[in-house]
Each structure stands twice: as C-alpha cells, then as structure tokens.
Design a protein around this ligand. Structure first.
Ligand code: PMP
Length: 362
C-alpha cells in the first residue's frame, strides 16, 4: 500500500516572497591543505581549557534547562571588560547577537545603515528581519570619512548603524573620533562589530555607557580560537541588554557553552600570546605581499586584503586552489573587484601561501 505521505505528494509551499533568490551566507569550502579563507585562528585553544570543560561537563545537570540568564558567564565577561553583568548579552556567535539586535531594533518600517564594502551579514540579517537596508560607501581606500558618515546618518535616519571595526573584509579599524561622531549624529543604536577587536589598537568598548546608544559586539570565534564553540556577546547599555532578552529565544545558550565560555577567560594570557603571534605574522605577510605586483591594504585584523595589479583576481584564486591553498574570493563583491582576502595562518601556512602566490603571479 502507498504510504499516505506519498499519496499527498504535491509541490512544497514557497517561502516568503521577500526571500527572493537570496542565498544563505556561506564561504565555499574546497578540500585543500592550507585553509586561509574564514578568518579562524590557526591555533587550537589550550588543552587545559578543554580538560577543564570536560571536567565541568560531568557535573552539568543535562536533564535541566540551562541558566536562562547565563549569569555566571555574564559576570565573568563583565569582570573581564570592567562593566556590569547587566551590560552583557551573550548569544550563539556574534551573528546571533547581530540577529537579535535587528529583531529588537530593526524590523518593518525601520532602517539599518552600513558602510560598504563591509561584513555581508549586516545587510543579510537586516534583510531577513525585514529591516530596510541603507548602504553608504567608504572612500576608495576603504577608510570611512567621518563627515560623510555623519551626513549619511542624518540623511537615512536609521534605527541601527553598523560600524565594523576592524572592517571585514578590508581590515581597517575606526578611530574614536569617527565612532563618537556617528554616535553623536545617530537617532538610533550604533553597533560596533568588533569581531576582530583584539587584533586592533583601539576598541570602542571604552565608550560604552548606560546613557550612550552604543553597543559593541565581540566573539570567541577569532582571538579565543573557539569558532566551533559558537559564542559571541554584546557589551552595551543595560537597557539594550534587557531589550535583547525580550527577543532572544528562551534558554538560547546551552549549559556547556556557558561554562566553556566562562572557563575560557581563565586562559586569557594564552589568548594574548596567540594574538601577538598572529599580529606579528600579519605584519610579515603584509611586508612580503608588498614585494609582489599587488595592491595590499593595511590591516588591524587577522586577515589581509590584496589585489593583483595585472592579473584577474578569480584566476589567481584558482591558481592558489590548484596549489592547495584556499583564500577568500571577494573579487566579484561590489566595491572589491579583483580583490582577495587571506586569513593569517601559522608561519608555515603563510609561507605555503606566499610561495604559491609567487608561482601563480610568475
Ligand atoms: N562579525 C564579523 C565582522 C565577522 O567577520 C564575523 C565572522 N566572519 C562575525 C561577526 C561572526 O562571527 P561569529 O558568529 O562566529 O561570532
């Protein structure tokens, strides 16, 4: 007998109209030996942290829901940043923080402003939450003109302004003057996405205040070497955190993650050493790349953006893949024509990349 489900077979329902032909955001993965395309850390987190997480896991009451407020994690993060736990909102990766922000402060009839080229998820999440997108442009060198930024804010009247510092995929960080000017002009919330914050020389964290409409978003995915943990958080006014809690799903952060994130902070010295090693490799990479026929942009992050002077970006990307080195192909992104982005890896990975690139360009 035919099962009932098959008898009922018919075309499946269409998704909501405004999804259009939009693809989910993803970085193409190709099986290669040297993977320098998603800005992960090339180093594993400390073994002792993992042991501590495993020990703690044995005591977790997995039959019970987690602490809904993730209070111990928030306390630990608050102490680490010198703020109050009420000013910290953790979520499953900083992407979920961004989504929660858009759900709470964006939505139908509201606008989010961003400065392109920038992290593609800012506009993607805005779109998915039915927040209107206003895209202003950076200067040709990818820096942000503070005066142009202020006038873009005044013109757009956005509920959310996204700044990304250091900016992915271009690498430059904003300075205090620019962030303050944008906050001063903004009628809504200014969100500074500092996914790469610890690689940079300045952070907007010092500007966070309960009376200032500014929130800073950070992640465990890069500097903490924990992209697989999916943990990020916001530091901002307590009122913003309370608002985000109204929108977040109940028990959105599992017990193990809360514990793992809290324990990670005990290994901040190791984190700082890894960050220092990556920064020093970044500077070596920039100086070596500058010897090749490329335009190379300065970076305050764990990646470097570059563009071949005489060769097609996509062809160079393919040549690298043929040599088992994967970088991010941004060559067809608006405003980034011909550009490629390389994540800083271990010294030997970076050497492999540099050798492969010299061959491809030869
Ligand atoms: N913001 C920026 C600027 C990023 O580049 C990334 C990762 N690519 C994220 C946020 C998201 O990081 P996660 O969700 O892993 O915390």
């Amino acid at each position: 007998m035919t099962p009932p489900a098959t008898r009922q077979a018919r075309p499946l329902p269409a998704p909501r109209n405004d999804l259009g032909l939009r693809e989910g955001y993803h970085s193409p993965q190709v099986p290669v030996e040297v993977r320098l395309n998603t800005n992960e850390s090339p180093y594993a987190p400390p073994r002792r942290w993992l042991d501590a997480v495993c020990d703690l896991a044995r005591d977790i009451a997995f039959n019970r829901y987690p602490d809904r407020s993730a209070w111990a994690l928030r306390e630990a993060l608050a102490q680490w940043h010198g703020v109050r736990p009420e000013q910290v909102f953790p979520a499953n990766g900083s992407n979920e923080v961004l989504q929660t922000l858009c759900l709470a402060y964006g939505g139908p009839g509201r606008k989010a402003l961003m400065f392109e080229p920038t992290y593609a998820l800012h506009s993607h999440i805005a779109h998915l939450t039915s927040t209107a997108i206003v895209q202003s442009q950076r200067r040709n060198d990818f820096s942000l003109d503070p005066e142009a930024a202020v006038s873009a804010v005044q013109k757009a009247n956005p509920s959310i302004v996204f700044l990304c510092s250091p900016n992915n995929p271009t690498g430059l960080a904003e300075d205090e003057g620019t962030v303050s000017a944008v906050v001063g002009a903004s009628p809504g919330l200014v969100v500074v996405d500092e996914a790469y914050g610890q690689f940079a020389s300045w952070s907007a964290l010092g500007l966070v205040d309960d009376a200032v409409p500014l929130a800073v978003v950070r992640t465990y995915s890069k500097t903490w070497s924990m992209a697989g943990l999916r943990l990020g958080y916001l530091v901002g006014p307590a009122e913003v955190v309370r608002t985000l809690e109204r929108v977040a799903l109940p028990y959105h952060l599992d017990s193990l993650k809360q514990a793992a994130g809290r324990l990670a902070l005990d290994y901040s010295e190791q984190m700082e050493r890894r960050v220092a090693a990556i920064i020093s490799e970044r500077e070596r990479l920039i100086s070596q790349l500058s010897q090749l026929p490329l335009t190379v942009w300065p970076s305050q992050a764990n990646f470097v953006l570059w563009r071949p002077l005489e060769r097609d970006g996509r062809e160079v990307w393919k040549g690298l893949v043929d040599r088992s080195v994967l970088v991010r192909d941004t060559s067809s992104w608006p405003g980034l024509e011909g550009c490629l982005r390389t994540t800083v890896g271990t010294p030997s990975e970076n050497d492999r990349f540099l050798r492969a690139l010299s061959e491809v360009l030869a």
